[in-house]
Ligand binder design. Structure first.
Ligand SMILES: [Zn+2]
Length: 247
């Protein structure tokens, strides 16, 4: 029997089992990141998009949008309370417990901003995500990391850097949370992006109009204007002429 190799491009490792598509490493990655070739998305990558949302908040802090979106998250957390204890569906229970942990540790505004930033990031850089599923996993991980309660930490003795380890979330629970976040925040993020683009377009059009107006400005030198005589000067000269003509 010939041994099969991993289905990931460039990976020559044997598959994890006779029937598996991927090697053990890519299989593990699939379970943690939603796709065997999805790299984890860092908070640093998300920062510019988070900044955009935070800037919008600062510019119009009393806008009704912000409490409306916070209410959506608070409703998700409220619904999670009963699901966490009573649901017979295991992934839903796991998802609800995670939501409760996030709600306990993080401000609603922070959760909302992170979710919006994730969707904005995907729109701006779709190639960062290997699949829709991979995006869901990264988005949930970014939101989940707002809750430090359950994470473990360790310091790398070589670099002195602190690393955090978060508990494993099953792919099915991931799917439950991702769907909830998507249902509530993907459309607002999409519309915010459109609004920002329209603003950008308007500014670009104004710049183009100014640039065009500069191009069409007539800057060729004109011949000097011959100054016409003023009325008083004309009258004076007429008188002078008369005086001269007197014999
Ligand atoms: Zn592989």
């Amino acid at each position: 029997m010939t041994s099969r190799t991993c289905a990931c491009a460039g990976c020559d490792s044997p598959t994890a089992s006779r029937f598996a598509r991927y090697c053990q490493r890519h299989k593990n990655h699939m379970v943690r990141h939603g796709h065997p070739e999805q790299r984890p998305v860092s908070s640093t990558e998300l920062k510019p998009y988070l900044k955009t949302v935070e800037t919008l908040r600062r510019r119009d802090p009393s806008a009704p949008l912000w409490p409306l979106l916070s209410s959506r998250w608070e409703a998700i957390a409220k619904a999670a309370e009963s699901v966490a204890n009573d649901s017979t569906h295991r992934p839903s229970r796991e998802a609800a417990k995670l939501v409760l942990g996030i709600a306990r540790d993080a401000d609603a505004a922070k959760v909302v901003d992170t979710a919006l930033a994730c969707f904005m990031y995907r729109e701006a850089q779709p190639n960062t995500f290997a699949s829709e599923n991979a995006f869901d996993f990264q988005m949930v991980r970014r939101v989940r990391n707002l809750a430090p309660t359950n994470r473990g930490q360790w310091v790398n003795p070589n670099t002195g850097k602190t690393h955090y380890a978060y508990p494993f979330i099953s792919p099915r629970a991931m799917a439950v949370i991702a769907k909830t976040i998507r249902d509530n925040f993907s459309l607002p993020a999409f519309k915010l992006t459109r609004r920002l683009e329209a603003e950008k377009d308007a500014k670009a059009q104004e710049r183009a109009a100014v640039s065009e107006a500069i191009d069409s400005l007539d800057i060729t030198p004109k011949p000097k204007r011959i100054t016409t005589l003023g009325a008083r000067e004309v009258a004076t000269r007429e008188i002078e002429a008369k005086e001269i003509s007197i014999p």
